[in-house]
Design a protein around this ligand. Structure first.
Ligand SMILES: NC(=O)c1ccc[n+]([C@@H]2O[C@H](COP(=O)([O-])OP(=O)(O)OC[C@H]3O[C@@H](n4cnc5c(N)ncnc54)[C@H](OP(=O)(O)O)[C@@H]3O)[C@@H](O)[C@H]2O)c1
Length: 161
């Protein structure tokens, strides 16, 4: 069904991205596998066969552009971009979140998506075809209830139940 198509999956070293890459390959697509863990990318490439490992940190726009520029000609006409790379580092309420965690989540989930999309969309427009699938989370629409938070315990107080 996807024979002859090329897909690029971000965050293909585990979880949804890895499963998506397997599913796309199962449908006959050639799949560019991305993520930072090169060993996992190479193992999945060996398993899938018609795949290409492309290791980079999606938070680094220079690395993103260099990785896309390094694609062999026969891998450059990408038909499908699956924006999957992302993470949720903790369930703390906002005021308890370490700034480093907030920065990593924003730079990966949001800015990284912008970098890779900006690198690939012009080619799709020039070819007059292409699809982009963005994987989000319900946590992007609704806050995780404080009851689930692992925030430091509130100071005990006789009036606090
Ligand atoms: N699991 C859930 O319950 C759930 C629910 C809703 C939405 N989601 C969304 O689904 C997506 C995948 O989640 P998952 O549960 O499958 O997570 P996962 O197993 O932890 O996989 C995350 C992927 O993102 C990649 N990644 C993280 N930081 C990166 C970076 N700086 N540069 C390049 N790649 C990076 C990781 O690769 P490397 O570590 O090799 O770089 C990994 O392949 C995320 O966007 C997440 O928000 C997940």
């Amino acid at each position: 069904m996807l024979a002859g198509k090329i897909a690029l999956v971000t965050g293909a070293t585990s979880g949804f991205g890895e499963a998506t890459a397997r599913a796309l390959a199962g449908q006959g697509a050639r799949v560019i596998l991305t993520g930072r863990r090169k060993d996992r990318l190479e193992a999945l490439t060996r398993e899938l066969g018609a795949a290409l490992p492309l290791a980079f940190d999606i938070r680094d726009n220079t690395a993103v552009k260099a990785a896309i520029a390094s694609l062999p000609p026969e891998w450059q006409s990408i038909d499908l971009l699956v924006n999957n790379a992302g993470l949720a580092l903790n369930t703390l309420s906002f005021e308890h979140q370490p700034m480093a965690d907030l920065e990593q989540m924003m730079q990966t989930n949001n800015t990284g998506l912008i970098y890779i999309t900006h690198a690939l969309l012009p080619g799709m427009i020039a070819r007059g075809s292409g699809h982009i699938l963005n994987i989000s989370s319900i946590a992007g629409s609704y806050p995780i209830p404080a009851a689930m938070s692992t925030a430091p315990a509130k100071p005990s107080s006789p009036s606090f139940p």
